[in-house]
Ligand binder design. Structure first.
Ligand code: TXA
Ligand code: MG
Length: 308
């Protein structure tokens, strides 16, 4: 149910959960200090409480309030990428945030989103925690109808006035020595080279990464296969408008293979369409470059097709 900005503000102040737009995907928002609303977020999403939330801020002072150590490179990253789709995992000041926000970890994930409605709301009600507005494990919500699919027609949602980027923020973890990738996202790893002097990668060490990366994710109910040679007559192929596929298969187009931004913008809508249309199995064309935003796209496609 579409609600106004004023209504969203009122519900947040009343410790309720509201679906909110960010520049990446819709989030299920609550005030970061509202224990009841945060519990409700985990319940609504059916999300394990060991999978922590991102705190969204709109005032750089909150970065310092919520953390204990912000190094020079982190400041450079904030100056360059905020507001924007970069989430930083930093040592938490455990006295200034609820343990439930952090999944009881000693670190906290923070981002300064670049969506005018979200920024304005944070200015009104303070920092907002917001996981993606989907049932745990399902594709994220990039349109208001996706929120209705997962949480019902009456669920309060503030609609974006412009289309969303379509894929979640990139997560970087600040370690003592180097930044590591926590999640591929809207900013390709190569974009950090000028600021960090290197391209961050996933940590080789065992240790805390993003708890969310252990779970099945972004998956429709439909079974997704990657070996196109197995496609039979009438099978659906999630593929590209500029390619031709096996005769008698049906193309469900993700977009032109040269345009990764467009492909990401429509990815979750297309994955959700499979279930809406009752499609039980489809094939995905993953023959794409391994660089830039294609890495994010390939990771999401592979996770969406993962069987566990
Ligand atoms: O673009 C986005 O980031 C969206 C919009 C709504 O802001 N939010 C989002 O939240 O994707 P969510 O909850 O779906 O994903 C957050 C990820 C999870 O994988 C979680 O495990 C990880 O961030 N995370 C949160 N706090 C963390 C921490 N302290 N250490 C490591 N990972 C953390
Ligand atoms: Mg999510």
């Amino acid at each position: 149910m579409n609600i106004s900005f004023e209504k969203a503000k009122e519900l947040l102040l009343k410790n309720q959960v509201v679906a909110l737009p960010t520049e990446t995907v819709y989030g299920l928002g609550a005030r970061f200090d509202s224990l009841t609303a945060i519990r409700e977020i985990y319940r609504l999403k059916n999300r394990p409480q060991t999978n922590p939330l991102i705190v969204h801020i709109a005032d750089i002072n909150d970065l310092y309030r919520l953390t204990t150590s912000v190094n020079e490179k982190t400041i450079a990253l904030c100056n360059h990428f905020w507001p924007g789709p970069l989430t930083l995992v930093l040592p938490a000041n455990t006295r200034t945030s609820l343990p439930i926000v952090r999944g009881d970890l000693s670190t906290i994930a923070i981002r300064f989103p670049n969506h005018p409605l979200m920024k304005a709301l944070i200015k009104e009600v303070g920092p907002i925690v917001a996981p993606s507005a989907n049932l745990s494990g399902k594709p994220s919500a990039t349109r208001i109808q996706h929120i209705e699919e997962d949480f019902g027609k009456d669920f309060p949602a503030l609609e974006s006035l412009s289309p969303l980027g379509g894929v979640e923020s990139t997560i970087l973890l600040q370690n003592d020595d180097v930044f590591t990738l926590g999640r591929l996202g809207a900013i390709p790893p190569e974009a950090f080279l000028p600021i960090l002097g290197y391209i961050p990668d996933f940590s080789k060490k065992k240790g805390p990464i993003c708890p969310g990366s252990h779970y099945k994710h972004y998956s429709p109910d439909a079974v997704l296969e990657m070996d196109l040679s197995q496609a039979l007559d009438n099978d659906i192929i999630l593929g590209y408008t500029n390619r031709t596929y096996k005769e008698n298969t049906k193309l469900l187009p993700l977009g032109h293979s040269d345009d990764p931004e467009y492909l990401l913008q429509n990815l979750y809508t297309t994955l959700r369409e499979l279930d809406i249309n009752g499609i039980k199995r489809a094939f995905i064309d993953i023959d794409l470059p391994q660089t830039g935003l294609y890495r994010t796209l390939l990771e999401r496609l592979k996770r969406a097709s993962s069987k566990n």
